[in-house]
Design a binder for this molecule. Structure first.
Ligand SMILES: Cc1cc2nc3c(=O)[nH]c(=O)nc-3n(C[C@H](O)[C@H](O)[C@H](O)COP(=O)(O)OP(=O)(O)OC[C@H]3O[C@@H](n4cnc5c(N)ncnc54)[C@H](O)[C@@H]3O)c2cc1C
Length: 237
């Protein structure tokens, strides 16, 4: 059941020119499953205030003593409230929420991720790393450009130390400086060529609603059964 927690701001971390993470110390342990999200509450008197109370995924593992959320920073009031936080400021969150979560019993998983949809994946991969879980992971992570690829160093570090975590980066708007990064969309041709064992994996799709719907449709066209496809749409993009 979701609860309301008080959390204390610790620090922020710039991930890309437009993406920033915010770390907090919770007043008490928050038990969540990697993949879940929460609601950041800046207007506690009116929980229905959609402008100041928004959903963000946990971008840290439950094994950490802090909780982290990561936002694509915009001109919105909500973004500004996050940016204005000072160390030791207290805010409220409601959570945990969502059922698109990691399950340790899955032997092989795949992630098809667009942009800021990477946030719950970071939580899941940190968890796999911290707990030394033997799940085989294939992550396809698509961004417009190299410079918009958030968490690249953190993801590479996990993949480097765990041969069961394989990451393929894609860019869609201009060629990458990284020779291992592919210039392509996550389209049907690409998925057909790059994942031979698609039907043997549990596939997670996180990202903006249009991207999630399109990629889910492709997975179904490629013969996946819908029970093996887990999706979370980041409504509001
Ligand atoms: C399950 C879930 C997890 C999410 N995780 C993340 C995350 O980890 N990081 C992240 O950056 N974002 C995440 N989001 C999206 C986040 O909640 C915000 O909607 C988004 O960041 C845009 O907020 P903003 O204040 O920058 O934009 P705004 O300027 O307020 O909105 C941008 C546009 O979206 C429209 N819009 C705003 N809210 C909604 C809504 N609720 N439904 C439909 N349209 C809307 C506005 O009208 C506007 O056109 C998640 C959303 C969901 C549902």
């Amino acid at each position: 059941m979701p609860e309301i927690f008080k959390i204390r701001f610790k620090e922020s971390i710039i991930r890309t020119p437009t993406v920033e993470s915010f770390r907090f110390i919770p007043e008490k342990k928050i038990n969540f499953i990697p993949g879940q999200f929460l609601q950041v509450i800046f207007d506690k008197d009116n929980l229905n205030n959609r402008e100041l109370n928004k959903f963000l995924s946990f971008s840290s593992s439950p094994t950490k003593d802090y909780i982290e959320v990561t936002k694509r920073i915009s001109e919105s009031k909500f973004s500004q409230r996050l940016k204005d936080l000072k160390p030791d400021d207290e805010i409220f969150i409601k959570g945990p929420l969502g059922s698109c979560v990691f399950d340790e019993s899955y032997k092989r998983i795949g992630f098809l991720i667009g942009g800021i949809g990477i946030t719950p994946v970071v939580s899941i991969l940190e968890y796999i790393d911290d707990r030394r879980i033997s799940t085989d992971v294939l992550l396809f992570y698509s961004n417009r450009t190299d410079s918009e690829t958030a968490f690249k160093n953190e993801l590479d570090k996990i993949s480097f130390s765990n041969p069961k975590v394989k990451i393929i980066y894609l860019v869609t708007d201009c060629l990458s400086l990284d020779k291992n990064c592919i210039f392509s969309r996550l389209d049907k041709e690409f998925l057909k060529n790059y994942i031979e064992d698609l039907k043997k994996r549990i596939i997670y799709i996180f990202g903006p609603p249009k991207m999630v719907e399109a990629v889910k449709e492709i997975c179904l066209e490629l013969g996946m059964i819908k029970e093996n496809i887990k999706v979370e749409s980041f409504m509001g993009y």
